[in-house]
Design a protein around this ligand. Structure first.
Ligand code: ARG
Length: 581
C-alpha cells in the first residue's frame, strides 16, 4: 500500500484532464501540518510557472477533475495553488484492515524479483573483529533483510580477508606453538594477542621473517601441510566471528563466506584478460591499469595496480574476480558492498576496470555503500583509554552488562531468567539501534548513556512500546480476544488517524531503505510510530471500565497492527522484542 503513489496517479490523471502534459510532476507529499490535509499536491505551481498561467486557476481546474471519491473526505485549494487532501477515515480503516491480513503488512512485492548480492561484515581473519567491524556487519544485515522482506532474492557474501602475506607470519608462529604441544584452539583463543606475538617475532627475531616469507610461498604454491595449518587457523578465526554474529543477531552463516582465498585460482586469468584486452599494461615490472576517467586536475590518470612486480596479487585483483563471479555465476542484478568510506576510491576503480573488461555488464548495478566512523565521546576515533582498538566481543559484553543493571533498577522483582534474556536483547538492541539510526555516511559518537535511555529514539524505547502493547493483550479477556477476528476497525480520534497514516507508510519507507541502503529511515519510522502509539495510549482508553465494546475492539485491532509493524520493523533491523520488560 503506497498512498503517495496512489494519490500521485490520481492527481496526474486530473492534471492531464486539465490540459497538462502527462509527465507533469504532481509533487505529492505528506503534509507537515494537519490543517493542510494529510497529503498535499504542489505540482501545479511549477506547471503554471512553465505555462505562464495563473496557478490558482490551474489548480482549481485540476481539483475539478480530481476523482478521489471514497478516498478523500475533503480536497481544498490553498494559497497560490496548493491542493490539500484530507483522507477519508473509513477508507483509511479499510486500508488498515487489508494490510492487517497481509503478512507483508501491505508492502507490495515486485513482479520481477531481483537477485541482489550483499557483501558485508568481511573481517580480516588475521585479526580479531574490533569495533570498526560493527558497522559493516549490522548495516549490511539490516539492508539484506529489508531487501528480502521486499521480496527480492538476497545472496549474502562475506568477503573475509583470509589470504595475503600476513598469513605467512601467523602460520610460522602457529606451527611453532603446535610443535611445542599447544593445541590450536588454545593458541588462537585470543587472536589479537596471537597476532601481536607473531608481529613482535617478525620484527625482532632473527630468521623468523624469512620463515614467514617461506610460508607465504608454500601457502601460495599449494603445499599440503601448510594448507592444513592455514585451514586450522581460518576455522578457528571463523568460529570467533560466528560467536559475534550470533550475539549480534546477524543472519550471516558459514555458507555465506566467500573469502579472498576463494578467488585465488582465478587471479592469473584476471590479469591475462586485462593484458590481452590492453586494459592493464606493464609498468616497472608491475601490471597496472591507468584510469583516465579518474584523472586528477593535472590530467594524470588514476593508477590501479593489479599485480605487484614480484608477481603477487592484491585486494584489487580479488575484487575484480569477485565482480565476474557475482555477475556471471551468481547472476546478480545488483551488487551492494558495505565498507567504511576510506575504501570509496578502491571500489570506484574496481567498477570502472571491471566494466571495461566485461566482468561487470552495464545491466548489473554496482553500489559501494560507505559509512562513517564510530567516534568516542572525545570526538576522536573510538579507542580504549590506552589507545588500543576495542574488541567487538568486549563491547557487546559491556552492552549486556549495562542493560542488566538498567533493567534491574527499573524492575527489581524480575526473575533471573527473564533478566538474563531481556538484558541481552536490550543491550545488543541498544548498540545496534544507536548505530543504525544514524545517517549512514556521517561519523557518529558512541555513547552508552543515550543509547540505553528509555527516552528518545533508542531500542529500549521501542522495545518498551512493544511490550506495553503486549501487556494490554495479556489483560484482555479470552472471549474478547477471540471476537477480534470479526471486529471492525474504525478511525475516529485524531490520534487514531495519525497512527493509520503512519502504518500505511511502511511500504514507502521499506522502498527507500531498499533503494538507498539507509536503515536509518526505518529506525526513524519505527520511532515515530512508537511515539504516536504512546500519544494514542494516553488519549484513547482501551481497557477502562464502561468503554464501548466496539470501540474497544477497534482499538485493540489498531494495537495489534502497531505491534505487528513494530515487531516486523525491528526484526528487519535484527533487534528482538519481548513480551515483558
Ligand atoms: N576485508 C575488507 C576489510 O576489512 C572488507 C572487504 C569488503 N568487500 C570487498 N569485496 N572488498 O576492509
Amino acid at each position: 500500500m503506497n498512498i503517495k503513489q496512489l494519490l500521485s496517479e490520481k492527481v496526474s490523471a486530473a492534471m492531464v484532464l486539465a490540459g497538462l502534459s502527462a509527465d507533469t510532476n504532481p509533487a505529492v507529499s505528506l503534509s507537515n501540518r494537519a490543517n493542510f490535509g494529510d497529503y498535499q499536491a504542489n505540482g501545479v505551481m511549477g506547471a503554471a510557472k512553465k505555462l505562464k498561467t495563473n496557478p490558482r486557476e490551474l489548480a482549481a481546474e485540476v481539483v475539478k477533475h480530481l476523482d478521489l471519491d471514497g478516498i478523500a473526505e475533503k480536497v481544498e485549494l490553498a494559497g497560490p495553488g496548493f491542493i490539500n487532501i484530507h483522507l477519508d477515515k473509513n477508507w483509511l480503516a479499510q486500508q488498515l484492515t487489508n494490510i492487517g491480513d497481509d503478512n507483508k503488512l501491505g508492502v507490495s512485492q515486485p513482479n520481477k524479483p531481483q537477485t541482489v548480492v550483499v557483501d558485508y561484515s568481511a573481517p580480516n581473519l588475521a585479526k580479531e573483529m574490533h569495533a570498526g567491524h560493527l558497522r559493516s556487519t549490522i548495516i549490511g544485515d539490516a539492508v539484506a533483510r529489508a531487501i528480502e522482506f521486499k521480496g527480492h532474492q538476497v545472496i549474502r557474501q562475506n568477503h573475509m580477508g583470509d589470504w595475503g602475506t600476513q598469513f605467512g607470519m601467523l602460520l610460522a608462529h602457529l606451527s611453532d606453538k603446535l610443535a611445542a604441544d599447544e593445541i590450536a584452539e588454545t593458541a588462537l583463543a585470543d587472536l589479537e594477542n596471537f597476532y601481536r606475538e607473531a608481529k613482535v617475532r617478525f620484527d625482532n627475531e632473527e630468521g623468523f621473517a624469512d620463515r614467514a616469507r617461506d610460508y607465504v610461498v608454500k601457502l601460495q604454491s599449494g603445499d599440503q601441510q601448510c594448507a592444513m595449518l592455514w585451514q586450522q587457523f581460518i576455522d578457528i578465526s571463523i568460529a570467533h566471528s560466528e560467536d559475534i554474529y550470533k550475539k549480534l543477531n546477524v543472519t550471516l552463516t558459514r555458507k555465506d563466506i566467500m573469502g579472498e582465498s576463494a578467488y585465488n585460482h582465478d587471479l592469473s586469468n584476471v590479469i591475462d584478460e586485462l593484458m590481452a584486452q590492453n586494459i592493464a599494461v606493464e609498468d616497472q615490472g608491475a601490471k597496472v591499469v591507468f584510469i583516465n576517467e579518474m584523472a586528477n586536475k593535472e590530467g594524470d590518470p588514476s593508477v590501479f595496480i593489479v599485480q605487484k612486480s614480484g608477481g603477487g596479487y592484491l585486494y584489487a585483483t580479488t575484487d575484480l574476480s569477485a565482480c565476474r563471479y557475482r555477475s556471471g555465476e551468481l547472476n546478480a542484478d545488483r551488487i551492494i558492498i558495505f565498507t567504511d568510506a576510506r575504501q570509496a576510491l578502491h571500489f570506484k576503480q574496481v567498477e570502472i576496470v571491471a566494466r571495461k573488461a566485461g566482468f561487470l555488464p552495464e545491466t548489473v548495478s554496482y553500489q559501494h555503500c560507505p559509512f562513517g566512523m564510530m567516534m568516542g565521546d572525545d570526538g576522536k576515533p573510538f579507542k580504549t583509554r590506552t589507545g588500543g582498538t576495542i574488541k567487538l566481543a568486549a563491547l557487546l559484553d559491556e552492552a549486556i552488562l549495562r542493560a542488566n543493571k538498567l533493567i534491574q533498577e527499573k524492575n527489581p522483582e524480575i526473575s533471573k531468567k527473564d533478566l538474563f534474556s531481556i538484558s541481552e536483547k536490550v543491550g545488543i538492541g541498544a548498540v545496534k539501534f544507536a548505530d543504525l539510526s544514524k545517517n549512514r555516511t556521517s561519523d557518529y559518537i558512541f555513547n552508552w548513556k543515550t543509547m540505553l535511555s528509555f527516552e528518545g529514539a533508542t531500542a529500549p524505547y521501542l522495545q518498551y512500546a512493544y511490550s506495553r502493547i503486549q501487556s494490554i493483550f495479556s489483560k484482555v479477556k479470552e472471549d474478547t480476544a477471540e471476537t477480534l477476528n470479526t471486529a471492525i476497525l474504525q478511525i475516529i480520534e485524531p490520534q487514531e488517524k495519525a497512527l493509520a497514516l503512519k502504518l500505511l507508510q511502511l511500504e514507502d519507507v521499506i522502498d527507500a531503505v531498499v533503494s538507498e541502503c539507509t536503515p536509518n529511515l526505518l529506525c526513524n519510522y519505527l520511532y515515530e510510530l512508537s511515539s504516536l502509539y504512546m500519544s494514542f495510549y494516553e488519549a484513547c482508553p482501551i481497557l477502562k471500565d464502561g468503554i464501548n465494546i466496539e470501540i474497544q475492539q477497534s482499538r485493540l485491532l489498531l494495537c495489534q497492527l502497531i505491534s505487528k509493524t513494530l515487531k516486523q520493523g525491528l526484526d528487519i533491523l535484527g533487534i528482538d522484542v519481548m513480551e515483558r520488560m
